[in-house]
Design a protein around this ligand. Sequence first.
Ligand code: M6R
Length: 607
Amino acid sequence: MCGIVGYIGNRQAAPLLLAGLEKLEYRGYDSAGIAVLENGAVEVVKCKGRLSALAERLGKTDFGSTLGIGHTRWATHGEPNDLNSHPHISRSGKIAVVHNGIIENYIELKRFLIARGYSFISETDTEVIAHLIEYHYKGDLRKAVTAAMTDIEGSYALGVICSEQNDMFVAARKDSPLIAGIGGNEYFIASDIPAILEHTRDIYILEDKEIAVISRSGAEIFDIYGGKVVKEVFRVNWDIDAAEKSGYEHFMIKEICEEPKVVRDTISPRIRGGDISLDGTGITAESIREIDKIFIVACGTAYHAGVIGKYVIEKLARIPVETELASEFRYRDPMVGPKTLVIVISQSGETLDTMMALKESKRRGARVLSIVNVVGSSIARESDNVLYTQAGPEIAVASTKAYNAQLSAIYLIALKLAQLKGTVSGENFRNIVDNLLALPKAIEKVLGNRSDVQKYASLHYNAKSIFFIGRGLDYALSMEGSLKLKEISYIHSEAYAGGELKHGTIALIEEGTLVVCPMTQLGLREKMTGNIREVKARGAVVLAVVPESCALAEGLADHIVRIPDIDPLVAPVVAATVMQLFAYYVAVLKGCDVDKPRNLAKSVTVE
Ligand code: M6R
């Protein structure tokens, strides 16, 4: 979702802002712009479309300014066009604002401002902020921003410059990510680390309702009451290469190829002497005695990881689990209380729906354990405990390696809960631990055979509709396979439980329809062959994903992709890679913008 950068220092701001915005492209956007302070005046250049369009316009300027803010916009209020693009300026042209988030009371504020002579030229909620800051401005930009923040309801990360302040700008946040970067003698703000990593590894992570004054001599942080906040510098320990394509054609395939490492890095450090150590997660014999129910709450791919979590935790630990979409959970009066453990899952740690569900859970007295990828993200900081997935930065909008890492974390939690509750035998525990440790090698094998998946993708990339069916864990996996395919290839797709198709959706199967059938679950495979026969009888072409030693798909499925033999409980982690590769190759063959699919944003910070 929208990306923000800001710069003050000795160098020309415009090219640095543009380069920073390029690093935030992955968040998703449909227009972009910058504002700089040039000879005591605010200059804005902005337009609809990609950053290349903005670069072209900037090429016609020659701003020497060393102070500015930039923005990539993912439209919420008003269509993507030049006028609605950020930055937005105030009535006098003195103040320019970039904003990520949504101002919920903007209509009310607009009325208030119109009554005081302000007029509006865009359809955005953000324009209100520019005018409001100007309304409060009496020579102190920090105070004006702070005053505006007390009027505003909603979520925001803000960057604000003022033509009367040549040596500073102001940033602030609430429910939207924002960091301040501390360079040698230059300072930055950004929505995410990759935007500034080239220049500095030292950052401040702004908390809700904090205001940063970024000047030529440093970054000072204040609370909403004007008090100074003493903050620790966070040192980024990952390398810039992690956020580069490193020779791969797309981030997505690079990230899929990183899965063996990601799964290993998430699991191995937690297994010591054959035991699982979940230090820092709050999972102890004592704490689980107080739990009578678990909720897993998340969105999109992370939700699908949560569906697997339900199966696995209930099977191993015999604790009732409900997995729920974060956007639904919050508004339906869920039965959550002090005896509930809420597990929230999020790659970015910034998804607003998930964050709001987290806050609601805490309000109801539940303890929240989050499975998060981004260190120091909002969700990680709001949770009682965190289990970090070790996926590294995920740049492609479609989540891949983060999903495999989330599954890995869930297996660790499920197995630990089972051990502490005594619901798993020592032998079974050791067997599952061995299988978890075997996952990276199994995924490596799938990656080694990826040309098979590519071959089948080349036969079906023109499909109008593709179905995924599976039973048990394979059903949960099918949901993710289907989501991956539709989000990057724009092919209509649905996932169904193998046994459910015949209750209606089978009507959509016709001659040549591709049905993808993972068959990793022992005991359910025979039942799946029945479901495969049903769709084949209606003309479907079947692509089965089966373990090496399983012969059931022979002579039945049209195409077969083999995965290494591994315990069915953990097999979805391996089969997921097949699903991701299939979606990837289909999208590449269709010529889609794989890393930046249309209409999507990497970090969804609106409800
Ligand atoms: O950052 P999060 O894991 O909280 O994001 C949740 C979803 O927005 C995300 O998984 C989304 O569905 C991806 N586009 C999936 O590829």
